[in-house]
Design a protein. Sequence first.
Length: 94
Amino acid sequence: MIAILDYGMFGAIDTETREHLALLLLGVAGRDANRIVRALVDLEVMAPDVERRRLRREVAALVDTYLAVPLEDLNLTAMLQDVLRMIRQHGLQV
């Protein structure tokens, strides 16, 4: 079970959401931007008017940029800034 903790509070993630999150992680691990975007659609975090091709290109660029870097060289701050920028630009609801 995956639980999100927030100052001692927790909530459970339903089975369907857990499966979609697993597909999202598989997409990241496999560097598969198409799978990542499909998982975002399934998770219903995208507005209907999101430009999926543009999002797919940006996801692919992020995956290529950060998954090719050895962990000890990873700039976590820059990565999180890039991810948050993409979330804001595309109006993803996370």
